[in-house]
Design a protein around this ligand. Structure first.
Ligand SMILES: *[C@@H]1O[C@H](CO)[C@@H](O)[C@H](O)[C@H]1NC(C)=O
Ligand SMILES: *[C@@H]1O[C@H](CO)[C@@H](O)[C@H](O)[C@H]1NC(C)=O
Ligand SMILES: *[C@@H]1O[C@H](CO)[C@@H](O)[C@H](O)[C@H]1NC(C)=O
Ligand SMILES: *[C@@H]1O[C@H](CO)[C@@H](O)[C@H](O)[C@H]1NC(C)=O
Ligand SMILES: *[C@@H]1O[C@H](CO)[C@@H](O)[C@H](O)[C@H]1NC(C)=O
Ligand SMILES: *[C@@H]1O[C@H](CO)[C@@H](O)[C@H](O)[C@H]1NC(C)=O
Ligand SMILES: *[C@@H]1O[C@H](CO)[C@@H](O)[C@H](O)[C@H]1NC(C)=O
Ligand SMILES: *[C@@H]1O[C@H](CO)[C@@H](O)[C@H](O)[C@H]1NC(C)=O
Ligand SMILES: *[C@@H]1O[C@H](CO)[C@@H](O)[C@H](O)[C@H]1NC(C)=O
Ligand SMILES: *[C@@H]1O[C@H](CO)[C@@H](O)[C@H](O)[C@H]1NC(C)=O
Length: 663
């Protein structure tokens, strides 16, 4: 029973299969060929086969290795799987109307190519509307996921291979052309209609109309294979709003031109702008908004035809959505100011453009009109460095007037976090510079230290480049005087995002007449923290013959403990270096170092000078670091408290006396 049933099933299956309308060696089929259509059936190249395609003519069977069908025909093959050896071409001539691909069910297993020969009238071009499919250009050797490959030739020049599902919406063909659609055997034909309409005559071989999608995208485009002399191709790109385009040339070759100045270029036209022409070997436009055209034109070629190296360009168009910031303005001429915007991480997606040129570091100087665009930039991703020169040439313009050091520029839209401000102070000849902090006193900060401060001031000599020292707020140094008219102050902003800090003056400068020492620091030590002092340029030594003086002012109830933390003495030829301590009120010299004398710490009961002098020709560095701590002057404290108590008692007695007299 089961065997009988199986046989029946097989029989049924066989009947079913033979009714499927496709060609096998056993069946004969009537192929309906429309007027204007030719069907070519041929063994594919390099196939060595005995299999033949047979057509019935009247009562005769004619079997050949290829056949061309021009009208309805009865047809079969002499082998079982003809699709393995035959390919089919379905050709329509003189196409000027919409293309509606038509499947031939009998050939569905075969590799088949649909060919439409396009032939517009002589004075017209043809527009092929691919809106329903969309095309994506591929390399000559690539294939498509759905096994449908479109090929377009114009005037016998292959202008490209394409897959469906791309951004090319329309192709304008200059004149006679050939559109082919290659479908692999076994794949059902995708019957999307390609609109055909007539247009004005065009100069270029082909115009591609590309509509970029509203999402990040990257598209590849290739110039025609065997680009003819003087021929041109054009691409029209429609770019969505808020999307910005980058163009990259991935590879290219250019021929040797008869006129070298006609070397093929990339010619871009953005809507409403002058064309932009770029050589192939330079960077192409980047981060550009809006619709644009790209044209590539070949030159007249020198030498044999075809040239050994023709024109070939593989160009990649990317578009991404970006958020744009714009800052436009002028830096006033009168302030000698320079603002630098610097992208911190060169790999970040942030793009800075000054006057439409992309740069990682943008410098704007006084007198410049600038248009600064930023794309996808976080404020934190950019650093601002401000460089300002403050010059006073004439004494009458500046003598002893304190000026605030601030950075008040109007271009608040310049993006970035303020990182560094450099002030170059240039005083009149033979002047000295005096620095004070209206926001409180300054603290000396050793070079390797950041002093845990939001702002760090580096005071240096412009001419020699020597750093006097680093200072930060909240200290005990009330005034810094420098016998030098050219000083640079670099304020490094360590950890703040607020530019307002720089607009509040935290430092004032003035130019004064010459001073007695090279450097004078006025210091008012406080009880809470020790005061650190160091010779200028620490840890380097002081300059030969230079002098520095600290004027240490004490409140009467305090004594100060002066400790020499780290002193290094050079070898001197004649007069030795000197470290001297002298009280200010009584002018008593408490201490003065002589050669080789051991330096000892000191308790000073009142305000004093600490003067340090280098010798004329030191061998080795002369430097010193000191620390001042305060002590309560006990006796004075007791006296003061007794005076206080007496005053209270006297006052109390006085009040009692007054009250008792009045009541
Ligand atoms: C069939 O293909 C061969 C090469 O494979 C070619 O020489 C021949 O001309 C073709 N015949 C037809 C009718 O297209
Ligand atoms: C049909 O096309 C496929 C690739 O799509 C190829 O591998 C195969 O050899 C082709 N068959 C014939 C008969 O040309
Ligand atoms: C292209 O065809 C689509 C429909 O497939 C139509 O909406 C569109 O207007 C056509 N474009 C042109 C330029 O004819
Ligand atoms: C078209 O391509 C996109 C990716 O580029 C893919 O997600 C989508 O499925 C494709 N559509 C078809 C119909 O192939
Ligand atoms: C493209 O180029 C043509 C001239 O060839 C011009 O008329 C058109 O406005 C351009 N389109 C854009 C978007 O720049
Ligand atoms: C680009 O090529 C031109 C000549 O074709 C040459 O003069 C120029 O120096 C090249 N530029 C670069 C950046 O290589
Ligand atoms: C600051 O600007 C001056 C000119 O005003 C220039 O000479 C100097 O090199 C600039 N310094 C820095 C660090 O940019
Ligand atoms: C201080 O600034 C000067 C000049 O800008 C520089 O040469 C020096 O290295 C800086 N010093 C420190 C400690 O940062
Ligand atoms: C120490 O320097 C001050 C200036 O700050 C000066 O007036 C004083 O005379 C100097 N004293 C000595 C002993 O050098
Ligand atoms: C003194 O300072 C120098 C320079 O900073 C350092 O190399 C040295 O170790 C210090 N000496 C002492 C005793 O702290």
């Amino acid at each position: 029973m089961p065997i009988w049933r199986f046989a029946c099933f097989s029989l049924f299956l066989g009947v079913f299969l033979s009714s499927v309308p496709e060609l096998t060696g056993s069946a004969e089929f009537n192929i309906a060929v429309e007027l204007g259509t030719i069907i070519r059936i041929n063994t594919s190249a390099h196939t060595n086969t005995e299999c033949k395609v047979c057509v019935r003519q009247d009562t005769q069977q004619l079997c050949q290795s290829s056949v061309v069908l021009r009208s309805d025909t009865l047809l079969d093959f002499s082998c079982l799987q003809p699709e393995n050896v035959f390919t089919v071409q379905i050709i329509r001539d003189n196409v000027i109307y919409n293309i509606e691909p038509k499947e031939y069910n009998a050939f569905q297993k075969f590799n088949r190519t649909f060919i439409w020969n396009l032939k517009p009238p002589a004075t017209k071009s043809l527009h092929l509307n691919f809106t329903s499919t969309g095309l994506r250009q591929i390399q000559p050797t690539d294939s498509c996921p759905d096994k449908h490959v479109y090929m377009l030739a114009v005037e016998d020049v292959s202008v490209g291979r394409f897959c469906p599902n791309g951004t090319i919406r329309q192709v304008d063909v200059r004149h006679v052309g050939k559109l082919s659609l290659e479908v692999s055997g076994g794949r059902a034909l995708d019957k999307k209609v390609i609109g055909v309409s007539l247009g004005h005559l065009i100069n270029s071989l082909a115009n591609f109309h590309v509509v970029l999608p509203e999402k990040s995208s990257t598209q590849d485009f290739f110039t025609p294979i065997a680009f003819p002399e003087n021929a041109e191709t054009m691409w029209y790109f429609t770019v969505p709003h808020a999307y910005y385009t980058d163009v990259r040339i991935l590879s290219y070759t250019v021929p040797t031109c008869l006129q070298p100045e006609n070397i093929p270029t990339m010619k871009y036209t953005w809507q409403g702008k002058e064309p932009l022409v770029k050589l192939m070997n330079v960077s192409q436009p980047s981060v550009e908004p809006g619709n644009f055209n790209l044209s590539i034109k070949n030159c007249k070629i020198s030498g044999p035809q075809p040239p050994s190296q023709g024109l070939m360009v593989h160009v990649q168009i990317s578009a991404i959505k970006r958020s744009k910031g714009q800052c436009e303005g002028d830096l006033p001429e009168k302030q000698v100011l320079q603002i630098r915007v610097n992208k911190k991480d060169p790999k970040s997606t942030c793009v800075l453009k000054l006057d439409s040129v992309i740069m990682d570091t943008i410098t704007i100087a006084s007198g410049n009109h600038f248009v600064l665009n930023s794309f996808d930039c976080n404020k934190d991703e950019m650093e601002l460095t401000v460089n300002q020169t403050l010059e006073c040439k004439e004494w009458r313009d500046c003598a002893s007037t304190p000026f605030p050091l601030t950075f008040n520029y109007e271009q608040q839209c310049i993006p970035g976090v303020l990182k560094t401000i450099i002030w170059h102070l240039h005083g009149p000849q033979n002047s000295a510079v005096e620095l004070q902090s209206p926001a409180g006193d300054l603290r000396y900060c050793p070079p390797e230290d950041k002093c845990n401060s939001i702002i760090l001031l580096n005071v240096s000599h412009v001419n020699s480049g020597i750093t006097l020292g680093q200072f930060c707020p909240k200290g005990t140094i009330q005034k810094i005087q420098i016998r030098e008219s050219k000083i640079a102050i670099t304020a490094s902003v360590v950890s703040f995002n607020d530019r307002n800090l720089a607009t509040k003056p935290f430092l004032t400068y003035s130019f004064t007449q010459d001073i007695s020492e090279h450097y004078i620091f006025t210091v008012a030590p406080k009880m809470d923290n020790p005061t650190m002092l160091a010779t200028p340029a620490w840890p380097s030594g002081m300059k030969a013959s230079s002098t520095v003086s600290w004027i240490v002012n004490l409140e009467p109830q305090f004594k100060s403990n002066l400790k020499f933390r780290n002193v290094s003495q050079p070898k001197c030829k004649e007069v030795h270096t000197n470290i001297a301590v002298q009280t200010i009120r009584s002018q008593t010299t408490l201490y003065s170092t002589k050669k080789d004398e051991k330096i000892k710490d000191l308790l000073v009961p009142e305000s004093f000078y600490l003067n340090v002098t280098n010798c004329k020709s030191p061998t080795g560095a002369f430097r010193a670091m000191m620390e001042i701590t305060l002590q309560n002057n006990k006796l004075l404290g007791i006296i003061l408290s007794i005076v206080g108590v007496v005053v209270v008692i006297v006052t109390a007695v006085g009040i009692c006396f007054f009250l008792s007299n009045n009541y």
